[in-house]
Write a protein that binds this ligand. Sequence first.
Ligand SMILES: Cc1cc2nc3c(=O)[nH]c(=O)nc-3n(C[C@H](O)[C@H](O)[C@H](O)COP(=O)(O)OP(=O)(O)OC[C@H]3O[C@@H](n4cnc5c(N)ncnc54)[C@H](O)[C@@H]3O)c2cc1C
Length: 340
Amino acid sequence: MEPRTRHYKHALIGFGGANMLVAAYLVRHAATDPRDIIIIDPHFDGGDLRRRWGSVISNTTWSQFLGVLRDMHLELPPNTPAYPEDQPTPLHILASTLQASVEPHIRLATRIKAPLLAARKQGDAWELEVAKQKAKHTATTLHVAPGGVPIDLPFPKPEIPLHVALTPSLLQQYVSPGQTVAVFGSAHSSILVADNIVKAGGLVNMIFKRIPGASAEAFLFARDGAYDGVKQTAAVAADQILADGMGKRVYLVPVDDSVAVHTALEESSWAVYGVGFKPVPIRILDEAGTEIQLGFAQQPGHSNIYKWGIAYPSTTTIDGRTYVDVSLPAFAAHILAVRP
Ligand SMILES: Cc1cc2nc3c(=O)[nH]c(=O)nc-3n(C[C@H](O)[C@H](O)[C@H](O)COP(=O)(O)OP(=O)(O)OC[C@H]3O[C@@H](n4cnc5c(N)ncnc54)[C@H](O)[C@@H]3O)c2cc1C
């Protein structure tokens, strides 16, 4: 017997911060009936904002987050503690508050707790393939936000996963006092990692790419006018690195100095890579069964696929430099600019 088919206007693939904001946009701005939405995610736990980066201190203030809720016409959940508005908060607080704000508006949406295996174009609709499927689900528009994974570099060094290095209680299980760690990258997360390693009693060789024209060639600071520069807690830590290497425990190693990089790696017991993210792969097939490669831009010819979040961030070009926007305020601005 053919499984019954149910059709939806919107399918949300992944339900982390980005697609929670898309759900809010669809229901609160675009007056979409939540019964016309299907959401597919293997966990429904708020995504990596809670799962992997929960104890990371945000680079955005609480008031910026409140601005996101306002922009999306979402109410702050009752009994939310009064966090200082000009301060950042741990990311799990953003995840749980966003989830609780969105939830009342999507109670009637269909949810499938499983990974999407593939979406196939069938005429005007996308057929959604999930594991252990009982009914057949199709949707007119796909919203793809499967999250990102940290980019790995192929050095033959034991590696501390980035989410471990960003979580002090986990980091202690890897780094012994006095051990040296090679940290690649000098943006927000790498600076927080260096701070965590020093607090765990370790030393850091921070391997950085020189930033031409920056006041400190290792760090791009927001206070220098850089759109995506280091700010908040990470900026305080970067200042300490520049002042005295956090008490001579963090050494800055330019990546173009191959001898210094070789030495830094030789003396390090571990490596941590804070050098960006790549999208979690999702199989999207056209009518001929050929996989559609999803780029950053909204795709001409496939106008009923939207891509969001850390996997497909929007970019902004200012004075010839292109910046990648990855934060809830940037995701919200992206959605409101595109108006899916
Ligand atoms: C170190 C770090 C610091 C950050 N700091 C901030 C900050 O200070 N402030 C801020 O606002 N943002 C910050 N962000 C950025 C951003 O808010 C988070 O990374 C956020 O988790 C990204 O949301 P997302 O929805 O794109 O991805 P995710 O939260 O990863 O959600 C993706 C979801 O898709 C699901 N999924 C994956 N594959 C499939 C599949 N095949 N089928 C169905 N579902 C699938 C996953 O289970 C997951 O739930 C930070 C990010 C990082 C990495």
